[in-house]
Design a protein around this ligand. Structure first.
Ligand code: AMP
Ligand code: MG
Length: 350
C-alpha cells in the first residue's frame, strides 16, 4: 500500500491555513474508511472511523492486535460523549471538565451506535479528548469519532515520534501525520466509571492523586502494579505482553545501594555468557560498565517522555539484555513502572 506522509511543524506554530488543508486530506481518508496515524500529547495513535466496523477491523489487522483488546474512541467535542455512551454519570462530567482535553480515558456504558468491533465485544466504551491541536483538528474535520490505539505493531514499545510510526507502519496504512516527538510519552490514564469506586485500569498522565482530589476514593486495579489477578480481567489490554523491545528487559527494584550492587552482579553474569548488555539509568554519574548506557532522565516527566524511545534505541544497537533501574511507584512513577514491568521479562527485588 502507498502511504502518504504528511509532515507538520511543532504544534504551537501551526496556525496556518496550509496546515489545516493538509489535515483535511487525512480527515477525508478517515471519513472514507481509511487508516491515519496521528500525534497526540501522549503517544501517536492509529485512527479509523470508530463507527465503521470494517475500518476498525483494519486497525486490528495492521497492528496484529487481538480482537478482544478494545480501542479508545477519540473525540473533539464533549457533546460526542452523549452519543457514544448510554449513561453519563455526574462524575464523568466533572472529570471531563477538569481534565479534558487531556490524558484521561473514561470507560462508560456504550450506546448502540458503537460497534462491538471497536469495544472488543464489551458493552462499555473508552472515550478520550486529546490535548493536541493536530489530533483535535483531524477529528473535527473528519466529523466522526476516531478509534485509535497506539500506532505501533502490537506488543512493541508505543511510538512517541513520527519516525517510530514510519518504522512500524509505513506501507501498511494510508496516511502518517509526522509532527515530531510527543510531549508526555506515555499513554492516557484509563478510568473505569462503570464500577464503584472508580477504578484505574491503566495508569498514565493523570495520576491517582489527581483523580482522588476530585472523586474521593479511587481504586487502582491490582494488575496495574503487576500483581497476579485471578478475577476476570477487566481491561483485556492488561493481559497481553506490551511495550517490549526485542531485547529482554530486566527491572531491578529496591533501595539505591542494593540496586547498584545487583545490577553490577547481573552485568558480570551476562558478560560471562557473551551477551551484549544495555543499562538504562536515571543518573549519569552511575557507571556500570555495560556495553551501552543510556540516561533516561532523573525526573518523572523526562523519564516518561524518554521511556519508549530509549527502549527502541537499545534495539537499534542490538543489545541482548536491557537492565533498568526501577523508580518509585508514586505519581507519574506508577505509570512509568507499569510500562516498564509490562515490557520486562523479569522483575528483580534487590
Ligand atoms: P491502546 O489503545 O494501545 O492505548 O490500548 C487501549 C487501552 O484501553 C487498552 O489497555 C484497553 O484494554 C483499554 N480499553 C479500551 N476500551 C476499554 C473498555 N471498554 N473497557 C476497559 N478497558 C478498555
Ligand atoms: Mg498500545
Amino acid at each position: 500500500m502507498q502511504t502518504l506522509v504528511i509532515t507538520l511543524g511543532p504544534q504551537d506554530s501551526w496556525e496556518d491555513e496550509k496546515m489545516r488543508s493538509k489535515i483535511k486530506i487525512a480527515a477525508e481518508v478517515l471519513r472514507k474508511g481509511g487508516l491515519v496515524a496521528f500525534p497526540t500529547e501522549t503517544v501517536y495513535g492509529l485512527g479509523a472511523n470508530a463507527l465503521d466496523s470494517k475500518a476498525v477491523k483494519k486497525i486490528f489487522e495492521v497492528k496484529v492486535r487481538p480482537a478482544d483488546n478494545p480501542l479508545i474512541v477519540h473525540i473533539a467535542s464533549k457533546a460526542e460523549v452523549y452519543k457514544l455512551a448510554s449513561e453519563v454519570p455526574k462524575e464523568a462530567e466533572e472529570l471531563m471538565d477538569a481534565f479534558w482535553p487531556g490524558p484521561l480515558t473514561l470507560i462508560l456504558k456504550k450506546s448502540e451506535i458503537v460497534p462491538s468491533t471497536t469495544t472488543g465485544g464489551l458493552d462499555t466504551v473508552a472515550i478520550r479528548m486529546p490535548a493536541h491541536k493536530i489530533a483535535l483538528t483531524l477529528i473535527e474535520e473528519s466529523k466522526v469519532p476516531v478509534a485509535a490505539p497506539s500506532a505501533n505493531l502490537s506488543g512493541k514499545p508505543s511510538p512517541t515520534s513520527g519516525e517510530h510510526v514510519i518504522r512500524d507502519l509505513y506501507g501498511k496504512i494510508d496516511v502518517i501525520i509526522d509532527a515530531g516527538e510527543t510531549q508526555i510519552g506515555l499513554e492516557s490514564t484509563v478510568l473505569d466509571l462503570t464500577v464503584d469506586p472508580p477504578t484505574i485500569l491503566r495508569p498514565g498522565g493523570i495520576t491517582p492523586e489527581d483523580l482522588e482530589r476530585l472523586l474521593g476514593e479511587v481504586q487502582v486495579h491490582p494488575a496495574v502494579e503487576g500483581r497476579k489477578v485471578k478475577t476476570i480481567v477487566k481491561s483485556p489490554g492488561m493481559k497481553y505482553r506490551h511495550y517490549a523491545p526485542n531485547a529482554d528487559v530486566i527491572v531491578v527494584e529496591g533501595n539505591t545501594e542494593k540496586v547498584n550492587e545487583k545490577i553490577r552482579e547481573l552485568i558480570t553474569k551476562y558478560k560471562r555468557e557473551g551477551k551484549k548488555i544495555g543499562v538504562m539509568v536515571t543518573d549519569m554519574r552511575q557507571r556500570y560498565g555495560a556495553d551501552v548506557t543510556k540516561i533516561i532522565g532523573n525526573d518523572f516527566e523526562t523519564i516518561a517522555r524518554n521511556l519508549f524511545k530509549t527502549l527502541r534505541e537499545f534495539d537499534e544497537e542490538d543489545v541482548d539484555i536491557i537492565i533498568a533501574e526501577g523508580i518509585e511507584s508514586v505519581g507519574l512513577g506508577l505509570a512509568i513502572m507499569n510500562r516498564l514491568k509490562r515490557a520486562s521479562y523479569k522483575i528483580i527485588k534487590a
